[in-house]
Ligand binder design. Structure first.
Ligand code: ATP
Ligand code: MG
Length: 601
C-alpha cells in the first residue's frame, strides 16, 4: 500500500477529525486566541485604509480645488490623514509579524505533540500490528502526513474569520457610501464564487495527482536504496532507471497540468475584477455627477472591490488544503486509535524476580483470528515444561513453528488455546513490563542501534557501570575481541550496527543480555556463517550466557543442541520428539533422520 494512494476523493471537512485535531491545538488556546484577535484587528485596520483615503480626498483635496479650503489648511488636514495611513500600515505590519511568529510556533508545537503521540503509541502496539504494517507506512504518518497537516489548523480558521470579516466589512462600508453602487459592485461576487467553485474541483484533482506521483517517487527511491544490494547483484540498474524515469515524467505532467489550471483561473478572476471596475467608473461617475456620491468614495469603491479577491481565493485554497489535510489527519488518528492487540489485565500482577520455570499447557496458536478465511493453526497442542535454569533447544524444519514458540514466552502474541505459565503464573495475568524485564531476547539478526558498542551493551540496563560491561564481556570471553575494535568499547557501530561484522554484532547482543542478567533467555540462533575463530568465540560465549538461567534456543549448531538439557523437535506445529541429543540419536526417530540436514556441525 502506498501512503498517499489511499487518499479519498472529495472529503473537505470532517467534524470528528477536526475536533480530534483541535484537542491538540487547544493546549495552546491562549496563543491561538491571540493569533485570532491579532488577525481580526489587522483585518479591521486594512478595511480602514480606503476610508481614510476617501477622507483625504473629500475633506481636503476637493474643497481645496473648489476654493472652500485654504491651501495651508488642506495640507494640515492631509498631514493628519497621511500620519493615519502610516500608522495603520505600521500597525498592519506589526500585527502580521506577531501573527506569523505566534502562529508558526503553535503550528510547530502541535506537530511536535502529534509526532510524540505517534511515537509513544507505536511503541505500545503489539507484534501482530507490525506483522501487518510496513515500516514505511508508519514513518509516512510521522513525516509527510504531519507536514501536510502543518499550518492547516492554525491558519485555516484564522484565514476564514479574516475572509468573512473582510467581505462583510467591505460590503457594509460600501452600502453606507451608496447602496445602489454597492449592489452593482456586489454583482461581481457570484461569478467570482462560481468560477472558484468550478476550478477548485479541478485543482483539487490535479493536486491529488501531483501528490500521488510524488509519493510514488519517494517510495521508489526508498525501495531502491534499501534493496541496493539486490538491485546491483541482479543488474537491475537500467531497468529501474527506466521505471524511475516513467515516474518522473508522470510527476512532471501532473505538475504542468496543475499549473495550467491555475493559469486559466487567475486571468478569469482578473477579468471579472476589470469588469467590476468598469461598472464603478461608469455607474459611479454618473452618481458623482448627480451629486449622490463623492469622488473620494468612488476611489474607495475601487479599492474595496480589490479586497474581494483575496478572501474568495483564500476560501478556494482552503478547500484544497483541507482535502489533503483531512486525509492526512484521518490516517494519523487511525494510527493513534489502533488499540494494541495485547492488553495488560485490569489489575495485572507484578512479577518479581522469578525462578524461571516456563510451562506450555496444551497451547494452540494461530497468527490470525478464528473467523479469518485463511485461518490455520501454527502450533497444535504444544505442552512442555522448562525447569528453572534448564536450557531447551528447539529444532525442526523451516516454518515448523520454532520462532513462534519462543515469541509466546514474552507474550508477543496471545494464545488461542491453552496457557503459557511462568513460575506457575499465566503470562496474561502479569504486566507486560514486569514480564519483559525478566527476559533477555537475542534474535537471529542482532539488531544494534546507532551509537557506541558501550551504548548498545547498556541498552537494557542504562544504569550499568562500565565495569559491569567489562566484566560481562570477560565472562563471555569476548573482552579482547570487543576491546580490540578500532575504538574499543567506544567504537561507533553505525546505523543498525553496519560497522560491525555479524559475529561481532552477536557478541555485543550477548554482552547486552549478560549485563541485563535476565532469568529467562530467548535466543534465535543466527544461521549466518562466521569465521572459525568468531564461531568458537560465539560458542564459548553462548555457553556462559545460558548458564544458570532458563534458556530457549532455536538451534542451528550441533554444539548447541548437544549441550542442551532438553531438545524439542518441532514439526508442523507439534512436538514430535523430546529428550537429550544422545537419547534422540539412539532412538533413531525423526530427530536422528533429520538432524544432519538442519544442524550445522
Ligand atoms: N507474523 C506471522 N504472521 C503470520 N504467519 C506467520 C507469522 N510468522 C510466521 N508465520 C507462519 O507460521 C509458521 C511458523 O513460522 P516460524 O517462524 O515459527 O517457523 P520457524 O520454525 O521459526 O522457521 P525458520 O526455521 O525458518 O525460522 C510458518 O508457516 C509461517 O508462515
Ligand atoms: Mg525462525
Amino acid at each position: 500500500m502506498n501512503w498517499v494512494e489511499d487518499e479519498p476523493r472529495y472529503r473537505p471537512f470532517d467534524k470528528d477529525l477536526f475536533s480530534k485535531l483541535y484537542r491538540f491545538v487547544w493546549r495552546y488556546k491562549w496563543a491561538f486566541i491571540l493569533v485570532i484577535v491579532v488577525w481580526i484587528i489587522w483585518t479591521l485596520a486594512m478595511l480602514a485604509i480606503p476610508d481614510l483615503m476617501r477622507r483625504g480626498i473629500d475633506d481636503y483635496i476637493v474643497p481645496a480645488l473648489d476654493g472652500t479650503l485654504s491651501a495651508p489648511e488642506a495640507y494640515r488636514g492631509l498631514a493628519i490623514v497621511s500620519a493615519g495611513l502610516l500608522l495603520l500600515a505600521a500597525l498592519g505590519s506589526g500585527l502580521r509579524i506577531v501573527r506569523t511568529m505566534v502562529g508558526f510556533r503553535i503550528g510547530q508545537r502541535v506537530i511536535n505533540d502529534l509526532r510524540m503521540a505517534i511515537f509513544k503509541h507505536v511503541q505500545r502496539l503489539s507484534m501482530s500490528y507490525f506483522d501487518k504494517t510496513k515500516a514505511g507506512w508508519i514513518i509516512a504518518r510521522a513525516d509527510s502526513d504531519l507536514d501536510t497537516l502543518e499550518g492547516i489548523y492554525t491558519w485555516a480558521p484564522v484565514d476564514l474569520i479574516s475572509a468573512v470579516i473582510t467581505l462583510i466589512g467591505a460590503i457594509t462600508i460600501m452600502i453606507l457610501y451608496n447602496w445602489r453602487l454597492a449592489l452593482a459592485v456586489s454583482l461581481t461576487i457570484p461569478p467570482l464564487f462560481i468560477i472558484t467553485l468550478i476550478f477548485r474541483r479541478m485543482i483539487a484533482d490535479a493536486y491529488r495527482l501531483v501528490r500521488r506521483s510524488a509519493s510514488r517517487i519517494t517510495a521508489n527511491i526508498a525501495e531502491n536504496i534499501s534493496g541496493i544490494r539486490v538491485v546491483q547483484s541482479n543488474v537491475r540498474q537500467d531497468r529501474n532507471l527506466e521505471r524511475f524515469d516513467e515516474l518522473n515524467i508522470e510527476n512532471v505532467e501532473a505538475n504542468v497540468r496543475a499549473a495550467r489550471i491555475w493559469q486559466t483561473y487567475w486571468p478569469s478572476i482578473d477579468f471579472i475584477g476589470a469588469a467590476g471596475t468598469v461598472v464603478i467608473i461608469w455607474y459611479g461617475s454618473s452618481l458623482v455627477f448627480a451629486g449622490t456620491l463623492t469622488a473620494g468614495a468612488l476611489l474607495a469603491f475601487v479599492q474595496y472591490l480589490g479586497m474581494f479577491f483575496g478572501p474568495i481565493h483564500q476560501m478556494g485554497r482552503l478547500y484544497n488544503t483541507l482535502m489533503g489535510s483531512m486525509a492526512a489527519a484521518e490516517r494519523i488518528f487511525g494510527l493513534l486509535e489502533t488499540e494494541p492487540a495485547i492488553h495488560d489485565a485490569p489489575r495485572p500482577l507484578k512479577l518479581d524476580r522469578v525462578n524461571g520455570e516456563v510451562t506450555f499447557e496444551n497451547v494452540s496458536f494461530s497468527y490470525n483470528s478464528p473467523d479469518d478465511e485463511d485461518f490455520k493453526w501454527i502450533l497444535k497442542d504444544v505442552s512442555f515444561t522448562a525447569r528453572a535454569g534448564e536450557s531447551i533447544a528447539l529444532v525442526g524444519p523451516t516454518g515448523a513453528g520454532k520462532t513462534t514458540v519462543i515469541s509466546l514466552v514474552p507474550r508477543f502474541y496471545d494464545v488461542q488455546r491453552g496457557r503459557v505459565l511462568i513460575d506457575g503464573v499465566d503470562v496474561r495475568d502479569v504486566s507486560q513490563k514486569s514480564l519483559h524485564s525478566q527476559m533477555g531476547i537475542v534474535l537471529q539478526e542482532s539488531f544494534l542501534f546507532s551509537g557506541t558498542v558501550m551504548d548498545n551493551v547498556k541498552y537494557a540496563k542504562t544504569d550499568a557501570t562500565d565495569e559491569e560491561v567489562y566484566e560481562a564481556a570477560i565472562t563471555l570471553g569476548c573482552y579482547e575481541l570487543l576491546a580490540g575494535l578500532p575504538n574499543g568499547f567506544q567504537t561507533n557501530v553505525g546505523e543498525r550496527g553496519a560497522n560491525l561484522s555479524q559475529g561481532q554484532r552477536q557478541l555485543v547482543s550477548f554482552t547486552r543480555a549478560v549485563v541485563a542478567n535476565p532469568r529467562i533467555l530467548i535466543l534465535d540462533e543466527a544461521t549466518a556463517s562466521v569465521d572459525v575463530q568468531t564461531e568458537m568465540a560465539i560458542q564459548y560465549a553462548l555457553e556462559r550466557l545460558i548458564e544458570r538461567r532458563t534458556s530457549f534456543i532455536v538451534a542451528h549448531r550441533l554444539s548447541t543442541v548437544r549441550r542442551a538439557d532438553n531438545v524439542l523437535v518441532i514439526q508442523d506445529g507439534r512436538i514430535t520428539e523430546r529428550g537429550k541429543h544422545m537419547e534422540l540419536l539412539a532412538a533413531g526417530g525423526p530427530y536422528a533422520s533429520m538432524y544432519a540436514e538442519f544442524i550445522k556441525p
